[in-house]
Design a protein. Structure first.
Length: 329
């Protein structure tokens, strides 16, 4: 069953994660009009996982807010996946799906156009169409939180590469002798500079010199093992010198990484999102100033480094952005 749709209706964006499915109606200007969340059944059967997604979609697809119906559903999900065939391949966070034809299943259920891509690619496109990268041609986007996901958009199109697996910037190694990343490689920027790495560095420094723990330990109730990256950020905001040192080291790692990105892609804007990026925003000018030290490109410092427009709702906006070109008149 479908509603009587018009070309003026909103886009339905779907953000599938390991624990939740977030859905939202997104206007043609990128504004999220309304949204809802349902639990994701990631460890059950493939059909149970699909049912969790359709229940979330149903909560808005048939709602009064849909205003005349929906023609397009855009879905972002953890990779690896195939955006061309619409298959979810084998994401670690969604063990319920292996080579699962998610786009086809949703298309057959709702009889509308369906697009599927990974969450970082979709977020990069949303920032390009409606957000902080609007008006730029060559966009590099990174979300830095528990991990580091990236997306590349050239002339308004996601760059997928030959097999659809391009854009794994979080797994660019900057230290081949470094710690082993979850992907199996050594020294990826994700294992060195994402939230868990910041927390691990803080715990190591405090264990080596407990007297330096200060406000970080206070936030952790004097339990070194309980220290998180969020606590480091809170301590930095309160003026804690150890927290500043830890974040400064993170900035140095990210600057070296971004230097590689700039030399490889020559983007005209760098967009950062995610909780760790928000924590590091006070250091953005420093990163820009130091980029030429890590680049062959002599004009690297001219590239804007900006905070993403979309925050926690980036997945909903990203899903909707996948459908935006279909609605151009």
């Amino acid at each position: 069953m479908t509603l009587s749709a018009t070309n003026e209706g909103p886009i339905l964006g779907v953000d599938i994660g390991g624990t939740k499915v977030a859905v939202g109606l997104v206007g043609r200007d990128g504004k999220i009009l309304t949204q809802a969340r349902k639990p994701m059944i990631a460890n059950g059967t493939a059909e149970a996982g699909l049912r969790a997604v359709t229940e979330a979609i149903d909560s808005l697809f048939f709602s009064a807010e849909a205003r005349g119906g929906i023609l397009n559903i855009g879905i972002c999900a953890p990779g690896p996946l195939d955006p061309v065939s619409g298959l979810v391949l084998n994401p670690p966070n969604l063990p319920c799906w292996r080579d699962f034809p998610l786009a086809e299943k949703i298309r057959n259920t709702y009889k509308v156009s369906v697009k599927l891509d990974n969450d970082a690619n979709a977020a990069a496109l949303a920032e390009t169409i409606w957000g902080a990268a609007r008006g730029y041609r060559y966009v590099f986007y990174a979300t830095i939180g528990t991990g580091i996901g990236t997306g590349i958009v050239f002339d308004g199109n996601i760059y997928h590469g030959h097999t659809g697996a391009a854009g794994e910037g979080g797994h660019v190694s900057i230290d081949y002798r470094g710690p082993v990343c979850g992907c199996g490689k050594h020294g990826c920027i994700e294992i060195l500079a994402a939230g868990p790495a910041i927390a691990a560095r803080a715990r190591a420094k405090i264990s080596a010199a407990p007297s330096r723990g200060g406000s970080i330990l206070d936030l952790a109730h004097h339990d070194v093992a309980a220290v998180t990256s969020e606590m480091v950020g809170q301590a930095y905001a309160a003026g804690d010198p150890l927290a500043r040192e830890i974040l400064q080291e993170t900035v140095e790692l990210l600057t070296a990484w971004l230097g590689n990105i700039v030399d490889l892609l020559d983007p005209d804007v760098l967009v950062m999102g995610g909780g760790v990026a928000a924590m590091l925003k006070p250091f953005f000018d420093e990163i820009k100033t130091r980029l030429p030290d890590w680049c062959v490109n002599p004009r690297a410092s001219e590239i804007p480094l900006v905070m993403a427009h979309y925050g926690a709702d980036t997945g909903i906006a990203g899903g909707a952005a996948l459908c935006a070109k279909d609605l151009e008149s």
